[in-house]
Write a new protein. Sequence first.
Length: 117
Amino acid sequence: MAPTIAVATAQLQSHRQPPTAAVDEEVLRRRNEELERELKRSLEREEKMKQELQRTWERLRVAEEAEERLCSQLGELEAEAVDQARAYRARLLGLMDQLSAAQKVLQSSSASLPNSQ
């Protein structure tokens, strides 16, 4: 009779374990589903961040190109301003020479005129 009791006891224990195993399996399955959802959300966030990074990188590239163009234009404007300043200075010096010559002529002509007083 001992072998029959052992088989019956083993069957009772095996009937008790499946519900615990089923519960553990259900808990693990739910946990796995939760982890899969979290992974999916994480991958979606990562993809959004990659896209945002790409857009930011593109804006930075455009800004750098604009900065280069502005610097080039500024350099051209500075060179033009220097040229205009030199031309202005040369014109000013020429006018000053003309004025000085005119003053000398006036002084010499007034000195040579008889004093009418």
